[in-house]
Design a protein around this ligand. Structure first.
Ligand SMILES: C[S@@+](CC[C@H](N)C(=O)[O-])C[C@H]1O[C@@H](n2cnc3c(N)ncnc32)[C@H](O)[C@@H]1O
Length: 257
């Protein structure tokens, strides 16, 4: 049961969501072959879900040609990582672009700050995600790292110091998770690359907004005009001071704390 009733951003589409959910029960009752849900998915999926996919696609498309891998922080059932891997297969079949997904597969560990999210929400089984990836032959593109982002990212990047990203999707709206992610990922985002925030300025994740404002106070934050979640993104600027800065390998110039 939810802690409280959302009243602002989540409420905006409450009527649309309720109508779709009640139709969905009837749609499921129409007796389609389950394979139809896969092969003919636009016939079944909701407009909000499609809008989300289009935002992720647009962000991906805008990073084509920029060096680096793709990261998803918060994998859950694998929708983001698998979408990105499929886009890599479609648009850059001969590139070395990989998708690195980070999750501890325990769901959200909420604090007093999250009024609308339950502890443990969005918990998925690690082995099922790995099976889903392997069954579709994406285990050469997707690498899932089963770790606590707040504790183990430093060690992970010390062990894999070459990793650089062109697109980073932050999708765990808890303050400490977003803060640790920004600390470790921002210096590894190639200038011109994009970092996506699932719930900046959303009542579900006040900690996400707080962490972004603390860590990146002066950076322009954009949004997708057609999209709802991810709610925001930053294109990392190419800083002129690094034109000749051979001795500086990591751009922490705009990152505070
Ligand atoms: C909202 S879900 C991600 C949804 C996914 N990006 C998608 O588009 O379907 C958030 C995920 O963050 C993970 N998570 C929460 N706190 C974490 C932490 N400290 N370290 C690693 N993963 C964490 C949860 O287990 C959950 O799977």
């Amino acid at each position: 049961m939810k802690k409280a009733q959302a009243q602002f951003e989540h409420k905006k589409f409450a009527d649309q969501r309720a109508a779709f959910n009640s139709a969905m029960e009837k749609i499921i009752g129409l007796g389609h072959d389950p394979k139809d849900y896969i092969h003919h998915f636009p016939a079944f999926t909701g407009t909000l879900t499609l809008a989300r996919v289009l935002s992720l696609y647009e962000a991906y498309k805008n990073t084509l040609g920029i060096a680096g891998h793709i990261a998803e922080v918060g994998v859950y059932k694998g929708a983001g990582s698998l979408l990105f891997a499929k886009l890599v297969q479609i648009f850059e079949p001969h590139s070395l672009t990989l998708v690195h997904g980070f999750d501890w597969f325990k769901g959200a560990q909420t604090t007093d700050e999250e009024k609308y999210v339950d502890n443990g929400e969005c918990r998925e089984d690690y082995n099922r995600v790995i099976k889903l990836i392997k069954l579709q032959n994406f285990d050469n593109i997707i690498h899932i790292h089963n770790l606590d982002v707040t504790q183990s990212l430093g060690h992970f990047f010390a062990e894999n110091s070459h990793l650089q990203f062109k697109l980073i999707f932050l999708d765990c709206g808890i303050y400490e998770v977003v803060k640790a992610s920004l600390r470790h990922f921002w210096p590894r985002l190639t200038p011109g690359g994009i970092i996506l925030f699932d719930q900046f300025n959303h009542e579900f994740a006040p900690g996400e907004t707080r962490a972004i404002k603390e860590m990146l106070p002066d950076v322009p934050i954009k949004t997708f005009p057609h999209g709802w979640m991810p709610t925001a993104y930053i294109v990392k600027a190419r800083s002129p001071q690094y034109e000749f800065a051979g001795k500086t390998s990591q751009d922490t110039s705009s990152l505070k704390a």
